[in-house]
Write a protein of this length. Structure first.
Length: 456
C-alpha cells in the first residue's frame, strides 16, 4: 500500500531530515498525515501514514532494509510497520497504526531505532562493501553490481554474470576477509563530498542516486574500498568478527552470493543444510542395512560427517551429492526389496482382526509395509469378494498407513469414508470411489478407524 505514494511527485512542505546516523532517537513534528486510502487528513486514528520533519529511522536504501524500531506519541506506543524515502524522494513516509490514539498535524512524535537490529544491519552493510571489493580484486577486473540486499540476518551480493566469479573464488575471498581484513581492524571513514568531486574521482556508479543540492556520502575502509553509500556502518572491520559463505547461485545473467556475519544464523543454516542431511543419510542407510542391504556406503557418511564441521557453501554442495549417491543406491535396493515384500505379503495368511456384513479389517505392523504393498494384497481379496470392503491398517515408526478397497462392481463410495475420517482424525490422503489410501502421524487413529467401521 505504501508503494501507492508513487502517485505523488512531491509535497509542498520541506523534505524530512534524517538524523539517524548520529542519533538512535529523535523528536519530529508531523508535517502531513494520510489515511489508508492515501487521502491527506488533519487527524488520524488507526492505520495510515505520517511524514515528519525529522526522523531517526533509516529508510530502505542501497539494498539495506528499513530500520526496526518504534514511534511514540506522548509516551504511548504507535504501531510502526515500515518507513520509505524512495517513493517520493527525500520524504520519509512512515506506515503506522495508532490504534485508539488520535494524532494531528503539528503534533510531535518520537522515532526510536531498534539498536540491536541497527547494529547487526550495519555490520552486514560494512561487510558487503568489504566482501564486494575483495571479490572484485580477486577477479582482477570490474564486474557490474546489479544490486545487493541486506538486513540484520544476512546479506546478498548480486553481480552480473562473469566467468571468473566462482564458488571457489568466493570461498577464498571469505578466508581472506576472515583471516586478514577483519583481524587488521581497519577503521571506517565516513565523509561527504560534492557530486562534482565524486564524478571527477569516478566514485559515482550507475546505481548512485543524488538529489538536488545533496552531497555524496562516502564510506571508506582504507586500503580496501571507497565508494558512495547512504547506509549505516560500523567503526571498524574488527566488529564484523567473522563471515560465513552460505549459498552460491549462478546462471547466464547473474551471480547471487549469500553471506552472514551472524553466528547463530550460520549455525541454524548449516545445521539444516548439513547436520540434518547427514542424520537423514545415516537413518536411511541403517534402515536399508536392517532390511538386508549389503553395499558398504559407510565411507559416504564418514565424508559427510567430516564436511558437517566445515561451515561453507562447498560443504553443502558436496554433502548433497553424497546424499543423492546414497539415496540412489538405497532406492535401487528398495525397488527390488519391495517386489520381494509384495510376493511374500500376497502369499501370507493373515488373520482377520474384525469383520461384519460390510467390512473386513486386517492389522499389520511393519515399517516397510507401504500402502503400495498393502494394496497388492487388498486388490487380490477385493477381486475375489464382491460384497466386502477390505481395510488394511499398518502401524509403522511414524504413525499408521491404511487402505480401503472394494470390488469395482460393488456400489459403495469410499471417498465419503475418507472425507468423514478426515474430519475426526489426522488421516490425510485420497483416492477414488472404489479405493482410498490414507496416512497419519498419530498411531491413535488406528483405534478411531476401527471404532468408525464398527458403527457402520
Amino acid at each position: 500500500m505504501i508503494d501507492n505514494f508513487s502517485k505523488f511527485e512531491s509535497f509542498s512542505f520541506p523534505k524530512t531530515e534524517f538524523v539517524g546516523y548520529e542519533n538512535l532517537s529523535a523528536i519530529g513534528t508531523i508535517q502531513a498525515l494520510f489515511d489508508e486510502k492515501l487521502n491527506e487528513v488533519d487527524k488520524l486514528t488507526g492505520k495510515g501514514f505520517v511524514i515528519l520533519n525529522k526522523t531517526a529511522l533509516f529508510a530502505m536504501s542501497g539494498g539495506q532494509v528499513s530500520d526496526k524500531g518504534a514511534i511514540k506519541f506522548k509516551g504511548k506506543n504507535i504501531e510502526f510497520n515500515d518507513v520509505r524515502k524512495d517513493i517520493v524522494y527525500g520524504y520519509y513516509i512512515h506506515e503506522i497504526n495508532t490504534n485508539d490514539l488520535t494524532i494531528a498535524v503539528g503534533d510531535e512524535l518520537e522515532t526510536i531505532v531498534d539498536e540491536v537490529a541497527r547494529y547487526r544491519t550495519s555490520i552486514h552493510h560494512s561487510a558487503i562493501h568489504v566482501t564486494w571489493q575483495s571479490i572484485i580484486n580477486a577477479v582482477g577486473h570490474y564486474v557490474l553490481e546489479i544490486g545487493s540486499k541486506l538486513d540484520d540476518v544476512k546479506y546478498q551480493l548480486q553481480f552480473a554474470y562473469d566467468d571468473y566469479i566462482t564458488a571457489e573464488l568466493v570461498k577464498n575471498v571469505t578466508e581472506k576477509v576472515n583471516n586478514i581484513i577483519i583481524p587488521t581492524n581497519i577503521k571506517s571513514n565516513i565523509f561527504e563530498i560534492t557530486p562534482q568531486e565524486a564524478e571527477e574521482k569516478k566514485y559515482i556508479y550507475e546505481f548512485t542516486k543524488i538529489g538536488d543540492g545533496e552531497l555524496v556520502r562516502m564510506v571508506e575502509f582504507p586500503g580496501i574500498v571507497i565508494e558512495p553509500c547512504s547506509g549505516t556502518h560500523i567503526k571498524s572491520t574488527g566488529e564484523i568478527k567473522k563471515i560465513w559463505f552460505l549459498d552460491f547461485d549462478r546462471n547466464q545473467k547473474r551471480v547471487l552470493i549469500d553471506m552472514t556475519a551472524r553466528e547463530e544464523y550460520a549455525q541454524k543454516h548449516f545445521e539444516e543444510k548439513l547436520t540434518k542431511v547427514v542424520n537423514d543419510m545415516e537413518r536411511i542407510y541403517k534402515s536399508a542395512v536392517e532390511d538386508g542391504f549389503e553395499k558398504d556406503l559407510s565411507k559416504l557418511i564418514q565424508e559427510a560427517r567430516k564436511l558437517e564441521k566445515e561451515w561453507v557453501y562447498q560443504s553443502i554442495k558436496r554433502v548433497n551429492e553424497l546424499s543423492q549417491e546414497l539415496i540412489g543406491a538405497v532406492n535401487i535396493f528398495k525397488k527390488e526389496y519391495e517386489k520381494i515384500l509384495v510376493d511374500k505379503f500376497i502369499k501370507e495368511e493373515l488373520k482377520e482382526y474384525f469383520a461384519n456384513d460390510l467390512f473386513v479389517v486386517y492389522l499389520t505392523e511393519n515399517k516397510n509395509y507401504t500402502n503400495k504393498i498393502l494394496l497388492n494384497k487388498a486388490t487380490v481379496l477385493a477381486n475375489e469378494n464382491h460384497g466386502k470392503v477390505f481395510v488394511f491398517i499398518n502401524q509403522n515408526e511414524d504413525g499408521i498407513n491404511t487402505v480401503f478397497i472394494r470390488n469395482k462392481d460393488m456400489d459403495y463410495d469410499l471417498k465419503k469414508i475418507a472425507s468423514e475420517l478426515g474430519e475426526s482424525t489426522s488421516l490425510r490422503g485420497g483416492g477414488t470411489n472404489s479405493m482410498v489410501q490414507l496416512i497419519s502421524t498419530d498411531k491413535k487413529d488406528q483405534k478411531k478407524i476401527i471404532e468408525y467401521i464398527k458403527q457402520k
